[in-house]
Each structure stands twice: as C-alpha cells, then as structure tokens.
Design a protein around this ligand. Sequence first.
Ligand code: ZN
Length: 148
Amino acid sequence: MSSKPNTVTVIRKAKFAAAHFLRLPELSDAQNLERFGPSSNPLGHGHNYEIEVSVQGPVQEETGMVMNLKDLKIILQEEVVEPLDFKNLNLQVEFFQNRLTTLENISQLLWSRLSPRISALGFALTGLRVLESDDLFVEYYGGTDQLP
Ligand SMILES: [Zn+2]
C-alpha cells in the first residue's frame, strides 16, 4: 500500500436569502444611480444567494472521504447561513459597514470565515463560488498565503 491516495475536490453548496444595496455615501442619488443602477435604491433589494465551497485533499483510506461532509455542513450553517440568512447585509453585517456589498466583497468575507474553520480540522478550502443569480457569480481561491 505504498501508492499515494488520489486527490479529490469535494464541493458543498449552501443557500441564504439576504437584502442589500450598492451605494457610496459620498455620492449623490443621481451619481449612485449612474454607477450602480437600480441596485443603488437605499431601500434595498433581495437575492437568493448560493455558495459552492470546494475542499481538496486526499481520499482517506479509512473513511473513503476527503473530509466528513457532516462537519462541512455544520461549518456552512454556522459561518454563512445563520449569520447572513434574512439579513440586510449593509445594515446588519459589520464587515459591510465600510465596504460595498458586492459579490467580490461577500466572497472575501465568507473565505475569511470558512477557511480557518476548515483548516482547524486539517483540511484546505481551495475554492469558493458565490452566486447571486444563474448568470452572475464570482469565484475566489484565496490569497497565496492561505494555500496549503
Ligand atoms: Zn443586488
């Protein structure tokens, strides 16, 4: 049994519904509308966000798994769904007090929450996709210092 186990990427999805708006306080209503379109409406609008979390590693001989998917589900629930579901991201999530609630920034926030939790179990978060609709999403692979 000297051959190396195969490396597999496991992807788990999670969903949350949240409201947000895109506005810069230093711009006028007209300037915000020009830059962000209807997303600048200060009363906000909602998305059914979806995320896909990739964990890569060798298949463990004893378990036949990369990591226990039950553990990953709990982490997604605690770090993503519970803190963000049915929230207004601009008004109720501290990270966005001085950041735009763009998909790019949401991916940064989620990576910063998920990566340490997954690393603590001895595994590596290797990719994160955040979708706000079928035709708009971002992918983030973390900084080089976070790679295993
Ligand atoms: Zn939006």
